[in-house]
Design a binder for this molecule. Structure first.
Ligand code: NAG
Ligand code: NAG
Ligand code: NAG
Ligand code: NAG
Ligand code: NAG
Ligand code: NAG
Ligand code: NAG
Ligand code: NAG
Length: 692
């Protein structure tokens, strides 16, 4: 028990020590124990502040005024991350990073390095674990034409950021010093042309977006034997691209100026983005050079025509995006050879009808916003696996009976012009569950039975005619709200007096009124009212009656009492009369008067009353009331005193008087004992006591 307690104490002591050490932190910095970091950002520092924990792992001294890497940074031997961005560094010499053996990540972006020669070739030689270096936003400009050595040498570096460094040329050998480089970000540099074969064995990702590239030599990337990801997006003047690479898997050429699908040899390419170019025509076998491609994005171009063999040979293609183009017709066989195609986006084109596309594997077809006017009963029959079809925002006014799509489960027909449905419309879509018919022109005559096994139907924003007395209408309402549990509000468009009202709002009175004709109910109500009134009256009357009887009984009782009292009085009076007559007759003294009062000595020797009897209390009370209520009390007392004095002088006057005085004295001591604050001035009391 004690051992555990000691253990806990010891542990908390250690913890305290450790925390004190970790949280050792200069006032201007913010330190965190969780990742052993110190953040001394934005302090106009030119020297390292004193008091940073010496075993700090992450140090952020960005947004200060350092002109070089601070010399004593090597105090922090365990430093893994150093952020020196937004400072005024002008050079990085061979000893700048000396002692930072553990450094993994170095951020030197937004400094004042203005030439590759500002960075010593051996600058990174002291950091054997450095894997990420950010030199972005330093105006390093072109790599020197004649280089004695490589601009950067590091065997550990994997990621290098050179974004917006005003680099205007890229030489074949520049990456040879960084033998392990995997990712190179060169975006926003004014490269204009790539005229060399860039060499690197390990490079995996190369970002050359927004580089103003206009020409790229066909074999520019062939020496990049591990290159998988090439980003050339937003080189707005790049018209042509042709390249050979066996390793490339991802090619982004979106928002360039391509006018045709580039003929390249990229056998292992899986994703290709040509979005936002100027492609107009996709001729036959355009993609022959990308046989393994899975994803093709051709959206946001100006494609008008697709050759029937445009996608010929793309055996692995899974998704083709042709949205936002100007295609007006597609041959049904265009995608016939794409045996794995499961998603096709044709949204925002100018197709006037849903042709009978033959795509065996297709599961998701987007034909929204296409100005389609017509769909036939067998339009979808050649896409037997179709599960999702989007026909939203088209001009379709009629869905043919028995439109066949065995696997279809999601159908979006929203914002078309559909005005009618019947019990055959969806009968051939056995798996349809989710149907959007919002924003159409349905008016009335729709029955729940038309929707078969559909569990989610959207019917809002149609031209609903609210015929509250129609059974079909009410049935539809009940079905939509109670079985489908639709959350969107259905509103009436007509008749005019109900336009804009929700269904239940419009038909409330008819649907939710109580059963039976109204006059009957009124009759029942008034009858109930009358009964209620009568009942209330009865209650009031009976209550009044009860009160009345009670009062009479009381009066009678009082009368009787008074009578009895009077009777008693009369009797007493008679008795008195009789007594007086008798005493007159006998003329004898009252027997009580015959009793001799005690002598003075006897009276003194009598036991003193130490409990105030009720009679005495009465006298005391009366005395007290005398004390308190009369302002001329002292004068009365003096009188009393004089009287008593006189009686003493008269020497043992009548015993009755002595008794009364004794009782008075008792009363007085009582007063003095119990009611000090009500005591009249003490002099008087003393006088009374001394008077004995
Ligand atoms: C680093 O050295 C400078 C002088 O060169 C000194 O002012 C500063 O306090 C030192 N900082 C630390 C943390 O040793
Ligand atoms: C380095 O500091 C700058 C400026 O404080 C910040 O914007 C940037 O995100 C930091 N870099 C990293 C890699 O944390
Ligand atoms: C590159 O940085 C400069 C400022 O150093 C800026 O003016 C220019 O717009 C940047 N270039 C791009 C492509 O962002
Ligand atoms: C690229 O494809 C070729 C066959 O065309 C294959 O031999 C090679 O291994 C693939 N390379 C990669 C990196 O997948
Ligand atoms: C089809 O393309 C349009 C426009 O580019 C886009 O909004 C939509 O999400 C795409 N559809 C699918 C199913 O990806
Ligand atoms: C159908 O396309 C429209 C317009 O592009 C979009 O708003 C809607 O979400 C799509 N519907 C489905 C079910 O994807
Ligand atoms: C469809 O409705 C009609 C009446 O309008 C009825 O004769 C027919 O049997 C219904 N068919 C099915 C399959 O419910
Ligand atoms: C139609 O409804 C579905 C869900 O039922 C939804 O995904 C789709 O976006 C809706 N379409 C529009 C145009 O809102």
């Amino acid at each position: 028990m004690l051992g555990t307690f000691n253990g806990v104490l010891y542990l908390s002591f250690i913890l305290h020590l450790v925390q004190a050490k970790i949280l050792e932190c200069p006032k201007i910095c913010i330190c965190k124990a969780s990742d052993v970091s110190a953040n001394c950002r934005n302090n106009e520092l030119t020297e390292l502040p004193l008091g940073i924990y010496s075993e700090v792992l992450r140090l952020d001294i960005s947004q200060n005024n350092f002109e070089s890497v601070p010399k004593n940074i090597s105090t922090y031997k365990l430093l893994r991350y150093l952020n020196l961005s937004h400072n005024k560094l002008t050079y990085l010499d061979s000893t700048s990073l000396q002692g930072l053996d553990a450094l993994e990540e170095l951020v030197l972006s937004h400094n004042l390095l203005t030439d590759w020669r500002d960075i010593h070739t051996d600058a990174l030689s002291h950091t054997p674990l450095l894997f990420e270096l950010d030199l972005s936003f330093n105006s390093l400009r072109g790599f020197p034409d004649i280089i004695e050595d490589y601009p950067l040498k590091s065997d550990s570096l994997e990621t290098l950021y050179l974004i917006n460094c005003s680099i205007s040329n890229l030489l074949g050998d520049v990456l040879l010093g960084t033998t392990n480089l995997k990712r190179l970000f060169l975006s926003q540099n004014p490269l204009i042309a790539l005229n060399t074969q860039i060499k690197s064995k390990k490079l995996h990702t190369l970002d050359l977006s927004q580089c103003n590239l206009q020409r790229i030599q066909p074999d520019a990337f062939t020496e990049l034997t591990s290159l998988e990801e090439l980003i050339l997006a937003r080189n707005y003047q790049l018209k042509k691209f042709s390249s050979r690479s066996n390793s490339l898997k991802f090619l982004d050429l979106s928002h360039c100026n391509l006018e045709s699908v580039p003929a390249s040899s990229l056998p292992n390419l899986t994703k290709v983005y040509f979005k936002g170019n100027h492609l107009r025509h996709i001729p036959a076998n355009s993609f022959a050079s990308f046989p393994s491609v899975h994803v093709v994005d051709l959206s946001n171009n100006a494609i008008m025509k697709l050759d029937v063999k445009a996608f010929h040979g793309l055996k692995s293609v899974e998704s083709i995006d042709l949205s936002v183009n100007t295609i007006s017709a597609i041959d049904p066989e265009t995608f016939m050879s794409n045996m794995k195609l499961h998603k096709l986006n044709l949204s925002r084109n100018y197709l006037s009808k849903v042709g009978q596309l033959i795509i065996e594997s297709l599961r998701w077809l987007d034909l929204s916003v296409c100005e389609i006017q017509e769909i036939n009963r067998d339009s979808l029959i050649m896409m037997p696996k179709l599960q999702k079809l989007n026909l939203s925002r088209n001009l379709i006014s009629h869905i043919p009976n028995r439109l066949q799509a065995d696997e279809l489960s999601v159908l979006d027909f929203s914002m078309c012009r559909i005005y009618t449905l019947n019990n055959l419309t969806f009968i051939s879509m056995g798996r349809l569950r989710n149907l959007n018919l919002s924003g159409n022109r349905l008016v009335s005559g729709i029955k729940p039975s038309f929707f078969h096994r559909i569990t989610d139907v959207k019917l809002h924003d149609n031209s609903w005619f609210c015929d509250c007395n129609s059974n079909d209408f009410r049935e539809l309402y009940t079905w939509v709200y109670y079985e489908i549990s639709s959350t969107s509000t259905l509103r009436c468009r007509s008749p005019e007096n109900l336009a804009g009202f929700s269904w239940e709002g419009a038909c409330q009175e008819v649907w939710f009124a109580p059963e039976g004709p109204r006059s009957d109910t009124m009759w029942v109500y008034s009858l109930l009212l009358v009964i209620l009134m009568t009942f209330l009256c009865c209650i009031v009357i009976s209550i009044r009656h009860v009160y009345h009887r009670k009062a009479t009984r009381q009066r009678e009782a009082q009368e009787q009492e008074r009578e009895e009292a009077r009777e008693r009085l009369r009797r007493i009076h008679q008795r008195n009369l009789q007594y007086s007559r008798e005493s007159m007759n006998r003329n004898a003294p009252d027997p009580r008067e015959l009793q001799t009062p005690p002598s003075y000595a006897e009276a003194v020797s009598m036991p003193r009353l130490n409990v105030s009897c009720s009679s005495l209390a009465g006298s005391h009370r009366s005395l007290h009331s005398l004390h308190s209520s009369h302002p001329d009390i002292s004068s009365r007392r003096t009188k009393l005193r004089r009287k008593r004095r006189r009686s003493r002088h008269e020497n043992k006057a009548s015993v009755s008087e002595t008794q009364s005085v004794a009782s008075l004295s008792h009363a007085n001591t009582d007063v003095s004992d119990s009611e000090d604050e009500l005591r009249p001035n003490t002099e008087n009391r003393n006088v009374i006591e001394s008077s004995f």
